[in-house]
Design a protein around this ligand. Structure first.
Ligand SMILES: NC(=O)c1ccc[n+]([C@@H]2O[C@H](COP(=O)([O-])OP(=O)(O)OC[C@H]3O[C@@H](n4cnc5c(N)ncnc54)[C@H](OP(=O)(O)O)[C@@H]3O)[C@@H](O)[C@H]2O)c1
Length: 418
């Protein structure tokens, strides 16, 4: 059992229910401060909760602000996590920036409570009509110390543990979460090490699981020098899955080559199609995950897969090969239309791929196995690196927004809400 006194849990004083019950049955004395909170597990000491919220207003402006909200208290199967670290991922930017034109952003409020205001173009207002007037809390994932827990055994078991949490609202000082949203990290793993333990690790693992579920033998990945791409590369090396990495810059080729990647091709190089086709021939990859979305890259990948399949056919068919080629678009790094030049026969598919939808399809057993692997390998296979740490208020400066808004290789920001 973990029992933390006031000195170890900062501004919170709490006493696990199990200890409360023990105290009640044995009449055992506890320090005065502890006794003061036996009626509740958590007592705030003039502590405030702060949260980043994004609000789209009727007047076509987006307001991103650091606002004060109540410190949550846990239900029976819930815990309260003191959020110590939360990454800013591309998937957070959609909710944070809405469809606003961030070139029009101005800063108001004051240093401790910044308010960013930006104009939203007319088509953006149409796309985002469903969120007008609702202040939305941002931040898909993060990690921190469980400072309060509800009555259930599962919740009590997390008290005093450092956990990763998924489910939104993580750009807050305190976040209430159901026990199922928490991934207990191993003893010694810090919140910074565990902050990115859901979105990218589970997605990278989900790609390999999808490959197995859909009977493909190898993978193609685009924007492959990303944080997620580096994780996928490590998983594939460990699991013996052939992987073709597509990047767009020579320095990204080097990043992946230094990580031991066997197949790295550069979409900006003159020999791109030839190099891609050769890598597909070697690996037999017929499944690709594309983070970019816009442009012709999806089409090029399908064409290269088809030319490999056709080259392996013993007999000509005017319909092309019968080998099924699949691309899942799982990101929106380029918002331009996806253009398909259909020169790849008739056995192909292009679809969307989203982690929560995949997890539903994968089922509980597979998901728990994936989560356990992430917890076990969070400092190796699933390690993330951050170019900068910022406070909640610092995250709302124009300079920081310009930095993480670029979504550039090796430029991931980490929010430290405490
Ligand atoms: N569908 C899902 O469930 C799901 C889950 C998790 C992540 N994702 C997606 O996974 C992707 C990677 O996330 P991350 O956190 O690993 O990102 P990251 O570390 O921030 O890296 C982003 C990468 O994208 C590249 N990039 C940006 N714009 C590009 C463009 N227009 N064309 C080609 N490359 C471009 C960057 O390269 P440069 O330096 O050259 O710009 C960089 O290597 C994101 O798109 C994210 O939305 C999706």
């Amino acid at each position: 059992m973990h029992v933390h006194g006031p000195e170890t849990c900062g501004e919170y004083i709490y006493l696990p229910f199990s200890l409360q019950r023990q105290a009640a049955s044995t009449g055992q004395a506890f320090p005065l401060e502890w006794a003061a909170v036996q009626c509740r597990e958590i007592k705030t000491m003039s502590e405030k909760n702060l949260q980043i919220q994004s609000l789209l207003k009727e007047d076509s402006t987006l307001e991103i602000a650091l606002v004060e909200v109540p410190v949550p208290s846990p239900g029976a199967d819930e815990v309260v996590v003191r959020v110590d670290a939360a990454p800013i991922n591309p998937s957070d930017l959609g909710l944070l920036f809405g469809a606003a034109d961030m070139r029009t952003a101005t800063v108001g409020g004051h240093d401790d409570r910044p308010v960013i205001t930006a104009q939203v173009p007319e088509n953006g207002m149409r796309m985002m009509a469903g969120r007008v007037g609702q202040p939305l809390a941002v931040g898909n994932e993060g990690a921190g110390l469980v400072v309060a827990a509800g009555e259930s055994e599962a919740a009590q078991a997390l008290l005093g543990r450092t956990v990763g949490v998924f489910g939104g609202e993580m750009y807050s000082r305190y976040r209430r979460a159901n026990v199922m949203q928490c991934l207990p990290l191993h003893e010694g793993t810090t919140a910074v090490q565990g902050a990115s333990c859901f979105v990218n690790p589970m997605t990278a693992l989900g790609m390999v699981e999808t490959m197995r579920m859909e009977d493909h033998a190898a993978l193609v990945h685009t924007a492959a020098a990303s944080n997620l791409g580096q994780m996928l590369n490590r998983i594939c090396l460990a699991d013996g899955v052939p992987l073709v990495n597509i990047v767009r810059k020579p320095e990204q080729e080097k990043i992946l080559a230094d990580l031991g990647a066997a197949h790295v091709v550069n979409s900006s190089a003159d020999d791109f199609m030839a190099a891609l086709t050769a890598a597909l021939q070697k690996t037999g990859a017929t499944l690709a995950f594309d983070a970019i979305g816009g442009g012709r890259l999806v089409s090029h990948i399908l064409s290269a897969m088809e030319s490999v399949a056709v080259a392996n056919m013993s007999e000509y068919s005017r319909y092309g090969s019968a080998v099924h080629k699949q691309v899942y678009i799982y990101g929106a790094l380029d918002l331009a239309p996806t253009t398909l030049q259909r020169s790849f026969g008739f056995a192909w598919g292009v679809g969307g791929w989203l982690l929560p939808n995949f997890l539903q399809r994968a089922g509980t057993e597979r998901m728990l196995r994936m989560r356990q692997r992430v917890a076990d390998e969070i400092t190796t296979t699933f390690a993330s690196h951050y170019s900068r740490e910022v406070s909640l208020a610092e995250a709302l400066t124009l300079e920081a927004m310009g930095g993480y808004g670029r979504q550039a290789t090796g430029e991931k920001y980490l929010i430290r809400p405490q």
